[in-house]
Design a protein around this ligand. Structure first.
Ligand SMILES: Cc1ncc(COP(=O)(O)O)c(C=O)c1O
Length: 428
């Protein structure tokens, strides 16, 4: 059969339907969200704390939804996942002189939260699951390491069995960054339920959204109380806010990261949409992947899943044999009409790959001396980000990423598979 002419060479496009933006829950905002927000407004009380008698907090109800989904005892809603990560780190007592191991593929606030807690992020490779490589994590542990932050990147679980085993053996805290995989599981267990703390994002581009928002989950009451201290400088949740500390380390100055009742109201409506969103994204992804099933014979390697069953289905990722080919592949696929991107391209700045985190590599912070990177109290060799994670650069440099919005039709999915096959036939 004659090979189809690629769109990039003047042929017809394989995908002719419009691309749908990747705001899974945000794109579905409707009557339910309006009803919940109006209900909050009608009460004329949209602050989360000090609820007048007879009213109940929507933020508290939203906290219970996420905590119950994950089988966690305690939840704390905040204004972003970055705030949740800062609360988690500070609640776990991580601070000056400590190191926290973070993967090289994550949104950079996983690392910036560590710096905000005045500790130093150490960057570990990802493996072919595009999540933290447990072997490199273990290699990067030093006497200063206090925690690891597994990031369930692009909707899919880290290797939690190995990570929890390493953490146990080395006495590390585990703070899960589950910003991108709300509703995902690992071997049947909800993501966000593994470590000392699990942190979520409800920012607009996430699976479900409150516009801006985040949440911290934990099973440890004292960690939760300390996290509350971080998220609210007035400590206004306390039964008696002027009472002395109930345990050593309870009282200290925090920030103001609270979630408002209007955000909580949207969260409640969005939470009800979560099962349906996941179901549709997983179905769409399965349909696209079924259309690509024979491509490994051509040298296309699908992203390895630590647990395919628990994947949220937000994207399709695969690798091609070389970085050069990947650049051609992505250009050609975009010309075919597919919403496609490079997770990592050395010349295209991106917030999600450590090789582009200039502030980290140059160790720049708000103070001229570069604290906490350059901390006179630091024990051991100065931190260095030279020769950062070459394996991650290679794996992600050969990777192709396609979003899978829940709103896609079967025709959209089939056209995407057809476009990938067309480009693979031409280039591989
Ligand atoms: C992996 C990861 N961690 C943390 C964050 C930060 O979330 P937020 O914008 O809610 O602070 C994001 C958001 O993009 C993310 O993708």
């Amino acid at each position: 059969m004659a090979q189809a002419r690629l769109a990039i060479d003047g042929g017809p496009r394989a995908k002719t339907t419009p691309n749908i933006p990747m705001y899974p829950g945000g794109y579905e905002i409707g009557e339910d969200e309006k009803r919940e927000v109006c209900d909050a407004l009608d009460k004329k009380y949209i602050f989360r704390y000090y609820m007048p008698d007879g009213l109940t907090s929507k933020v508290a109800a939203f906290e219970r939804c996420i905590a119950d989904m994950c089988g966690r005892k305690y939840a704390l809603a905040v204004n972003s996942c970055t705030s949740a990560l800062i609360c988690a780190l500070e609640a776990c007592g991580i601070g000056p002189g400590d190191e926290v191991i973070v993967p090289a593929f994550t949104y950079w606030s996983s690392a910036s939260a560590v710096l905000s807690a005045r500790a130093v992020p150490i960057i570990a490779e990802v493996d072919d699951s595009f999540t933290i490589d447990p072997a490199d994590l273990e290699r990067k542990i030093t006497p200063r390491t206090k925690a690891v932050m597994p990031v369930h990147m692009r909707g899919s679980a880290c290797d939690m069995d190995r990570i929890m085993d390493i953490a146990r053996r080395h006495g590390l805290k585990v703070i899960e960054d589950n910003a991108q995989a709300c509703g995902g599981t690992y071997k049947g267990r909800p993501l966000g339920s593994f470590g000392e703390c699990g942190c979520f994002s409800f920012q607009y581009y996430k699976i479900i959204t409150t516009g801006e928002g985040g949440m911290l989950l934990t099973d440890d009451e004292r960690t939760w109380i300390r996290a509350q201290m971080v998220h609210d400088s007035a400590a206004c949740w306390r039964p008696d806010r002027f009472a002395p500390a109930r345990f050593p380390g309870e009282l200290f100055f925090g920030y103001d990261f609270r979630m408002s009742e209007t955000a909580g109201a949207i969260g409640l409506a969005q939470f009800r949409r979560l099962p349906g969103l996941l179901e549709r994204m997983r179905r769409n992804k399965a349909r696209i992947c079924a259309g690509l099933a024979d491509l490994p014979a051509k040298g296309i390697v699908p992203r390895r899943q630590n647990d395919p069953e628990g994947d949220t289905g937000i994207c399709v990722m695969f690798m091609v044999p070389t970085v050069e080919l990947c650049e051609k592949f992505v250009r050609a696929l975009a010309a075919e009409g597919v919403d496609v991107m490079h997770p990592y391209h050395r010349d295209i700045p991106d917030w999600h790959v450590a090789h582009h985190w200039r502030q980290l590599i140059e160790q720049v912070t708000p103070t001229p001396e570069g604290y906490p990177f350059r901390d006179p109290a630091r024990k051991g060799a100065p931190v260095s980000y030279d020769n950062l994670c070459p394996r991650t650069a290679d794996l992600l440099g050969r990777a192709v990423h396609i979003n899978v919005p829940p709103q896609m039709t079967e025709q959209d999915c089939d056209m995407i598979a057809e476009a990938v096959r067309k480009v693979a036939d031409a280039y591989l």
